[in-house]
Design a protein around this ligand. Structure first.
Ligand code: IGM
Length: 456
């Protein structure tokens, strides 16, 4: 980020007088005080805790300035009405000023894969940056924009939606030149309720698009009411503008042709839907002048990143919501709320497995306890806790939940109940159940997910 404090003040309309405050270069913008280093700019957000409580800590860690919704003493700050809005305004300014080409991807299953494939193809020819992990919401997408390296030429942004209106906001911030909507089919409707609403939400990706934009959408008629008339629309699917032919799937690869590339494409991943994702990615690359030969070569060593949050199937048929790579209190509370809102399967249970969140410092136990109100007695049937600092949360939960529904397994320097935890989960998981697993990477919940997927 190459921005100075006074420049940011102008962009966000800071309300305080900065005439006596020295203008300084800002290094990175960070909302997690653990990530602040020398020269950074702090963004206090409201998560489980109010980020304003961590402003002092951010300065101790090396911040040179902060946004703030209230006056503060002794440090440079920018006073604004709403820190999140200011952050979004700054991202909109930054992406426009940078003149990068923005490619936006939204959709259900497949958007992360499509985003990764587009970025991999473009990176053969251009300095390319893309959404990392699940940073695809109203906080994560602006963060992605503000963290792109200076030399970036193509920016591939994933846009996620939890509620109707989310994508409109994101599109208006990023102003995409090319937008891709992947399949509208949705396994878990969450807050939407219907495929029509999901389609409507996704099609809001056009709201911020430039008038010379190109929109790439599936042949699904459900999107017809939302097609724009001032942009080029490319449809993909049988008998559409672009389509896959001669698809062959083998044990660990796909081979297919398309109507717009001379030669066949080979890629080292399986799943027929991945041919569609790859075709769309190839089309975007071609639009942006990546040579065809380069596209074929890049596909040969395609590597897909693991999703951060993903639905999987246990071997016995149970649904697994796996989010096992990192954890902070806000993310843990949010995923519990999302999981709780999903209707139960007939005759099935809902189970949450929560493990320690690491690096939360002296307030760690209290920060774990702050999750309590996100544990819904009405929607969760069984809770497994695993770790050390999470024990206190487990004790609080035990007082609210019925007997024999809350279980604690220890992991400390002297004891590790991992095998007992893993066995208890296996013993309790039935085919119609839904199970959420969330915790820091080092808690190894990923190994339990793998076990559930592969058990006979
Ligand atoms: O869900 S998120 O992870 N998100 C990030 C962006 O992309 C999409 C997903 C998320 C969101 Cl949406 C919002 C927030 Cl505010 C994460 C956060 C977040 O980072 N929350 C954090 C906290 C809260 N509440 S980070 C963090 C806290 C670190 N902080 C504790 C509280 C460290 C700390 C520990 C002990 C101390 O004494 C002082 C600070």
């Amino acid at each position: 980020m190459k921005l100075t404090l006074h420049e940011v003040a102008k962009v966000v309309g800071a309300q305080n007088d900065l005439s006596d405050v020295e203008d300084v270069d800002l290094n990175q913008i960070e909302f997690d005080s653990r990530k602040i280093s020398t020269g950074d700019f702090f963004l206090p957000l409201k998560g489980e805790r109010n980020g304003h409580d961590f402003i002092d800590l951010a300065f101790q860690n090396g911040a040179v300035a902060t946004l703030s919704e209230k006056a503060i003493e002794g440090h440079p700050y920018l006073l604004v009405e709403n820190c999140l809005r200011a952050f979004q305004q700054l991202a909109a300014y930054y992406v426009e000023r940078s003149r990068v080409d923005v490619i936006a991807v939204t959709g259900s299953n497949g958007k992360t894969t499509t985003k990764d494939m587009i970025a991999q193809l473009l990176s053969t020819t251009y300095h390319t940056y893309k959404t990392q992990g699940n940073y695809n919401n109203e906080i994560g997408m602006p963060y992605t924009i503000l963290h792109m390296p200076d030399k970036t030429e193509k920016l591939v942004l994933e846009m996620g939606q939890d509620h109707l209106g989310d994508i409109k906001l994101l599109s208006e911030i990023a102003k995409p030149h090319i937008a891709v909507v992947t399949l509208v089919a949705e396994a878990h409707l969450e807050f939407f309720g219907s495929r029509e609403k999901i389609a409507e939400g996704k099609m809001q990706i056009t709201e911020g698009m430039t008038s010379d934009g190109i929109l790439i959408v599936p042949d699904d008629p459900i999107i017809n009411p939302y097609l724009p008339d001032n942009q080029t629309v490319i449809r993909f699917g049988l008998d559409e503008d672009i389509f896959v032919t001669e698809l062959e799937e083998s044990k660990d690869s796909l081979h297919f042709k398309t109507n717009f590339l001379e030669k066949a494409v080979d890629l080292p991943v399986t799943g027929k839907y991945n041919a569609t994702n790859a075709m769309v990615a190839a089309y975007v690359a071609k639009l942006l002048m990546v040579p065809e030969e380069t596209i074929y070569e890049a596909f040969k060593d395609l590597r897909l990143t693991k999703n951060r949050t993903e639905w999987k199937k246990a071997a016995n048929g149970a649904d697994i919501l796996s989010d096992v790579y990192n954890a902070n209190p806000t993310a843990m509370a949010l995923i519990l709320e999302t999981f709780s809102a999903i209707p139960k399967n007939a005759g099935g249970k809902k189970i949450a497995v929560l493990a320690d969140m690491k690096e939360l410092g002296t307030a760690s136990i209290a920060l774990h306890e702050s999750i309590l109100d996100s544990l819904s007695v009405d929607n969760l049937d069984m809770l497994f806790f695993y770790g050390q600092d999470i024990k206190s949360l487990s004790d609080l939960a035990r007082r609210r939940f019925p007997e024999n529904t809350v279980f604690f397994f220890e992991k400390s320097d002297t004891k590790d109940d991992f095998d007992a935890l893993s066995q208890a989960i296996v013993d309790n998981l039935s085919k119609d159940d839904q199970i959420l697993l969330k915790g820091s990477h080092s808690m190894k919940l990923a190994d339990i997910v793998t076990r559930l997927e592969n058990l006979e």
